[in-house]
Design a protein around this ligand. Structure first.
Ligand code: FE2
Length: 280
């Protein structure tokens, strides 16, 4: 009850924080490179990498995703694509927040859509209210029928007018009204098996799930500037849903190591590292 009363105030507070604290941090981003051109980028990964990731998904112990030494080459190939994109777009202060598998089924009551509220959140136009943050979807199974739609703002730095528009759009979403307007310059990121897609969740985006005919399985990675984490209570950073285990040999992979935040590394034995804010 009290939570519901406070919701509009929290919402306004978040939007103000995003504009005046978070944007200050984001203003240091160079917004260059391939991501800078379109705010999204897609590539295709070799089949053996997808097979390896699917194997990890099947072996997933449901608490943490665990990458063993045998996945070293897979991680290397993924981060060889990720690092230059992220560094060009966000500069040196961008790190991996976490990894999680998400499977969405044609039945909207399962997978991502545990409840109706979550469905509204993903399907309607929105920004994630955390400023510049890159999400990467690696599609392990998909026919493109559950794409991400994205609308680039006029500039990579969101203008004041756009910020006001986003508040309005967010207020529409919070009130439960559907907002799936077909904007002219909408770009579609089709998640088909083997694609790896990066996009900035600071720009308007939404998921399209209704036309799906097939389950979609993706590995999601998130990248952001850690100085934002203590300023926001929103969906950013490393948490129980996206922390993961990896073999210490991965730290020999330069492009992976450079995107790993040393403060979030915890050795749980001689060879395994838990990537987490703290040991749970
Ligand atoms: Fe989102």
């Amino acid at each position: 009850m009290i939570k519901n009363i406070l919701r509009p105030f929290n919402f306004i507070l978040t939007m103000i924080k995003v504009r005046f604290l978070i944007q200050k941090i984001d203003n240091l981003c160079p917004f260059e490179g391939k991501l800078g051109e379109n705010i999204f980028y897609q590539d295709v990964l070799p089949t053996e990498i997808i097979k390896e990731l699917k194997k990890i998904y099947k072996e997933n112990n449901k608490i943490y995703i665990q990458f063993t030494n045998s996945s070293k080459l897979t991680i290397e190939k993924i981060f060889n694509i990720a690092k230059p994109l992220l560094r060009d777009y966000m500069g040196p202060n961008v790190f991996l927040d976490g990894m999680s598998f998400i499977e969405t089924e044609p039945n909207l009551n399962s997978g991502l859509f545990i409840n109706q509220k979550k469905k509204y959140f993903a399907e309607n136009w929105h920004t994630d209210n955390v400023g510049t943050r890159i999400k990467c979807y690696i599609c392990l199974d998909g026919d493109g029928s559950q794409p991400t739609l994205i609308l680039k703002s006029k500039k990579n730095k969101i203008t004041f007018i756009e910020w006001l528009q986003y508040i309005l759009i967010e207020a529409i979403r919070w009130s439960g009204i559907k907002f799936k307007y077909n904007f002219n310059n909408t770009k579609y990121i089709f998640h088909k098996t083997s694609t790896i897609s990066f996009f900035d969740t600071n720009h308007l985006h939404r998921g399209e799930y209704l036309k799906n005919s097939k389950n979609r399985l993706v590995l999601i990675m998130e990248f952001s500037n850690p100085s934002k984490h203590s300023l926001l209570t929103g969906p950013i950073g490393t948490n129980k849903k996206n922390n993961f285990l990896f073999d210490k040999a991965f730290l020999e992979i330069e492009n992976f190591k450079d995107l790993i935040d040393i403060k979030r590394i915890h050795y749980i034995n001689n060879s395994t590292i838990l990537y987490s804010n703290k040991i749970n």
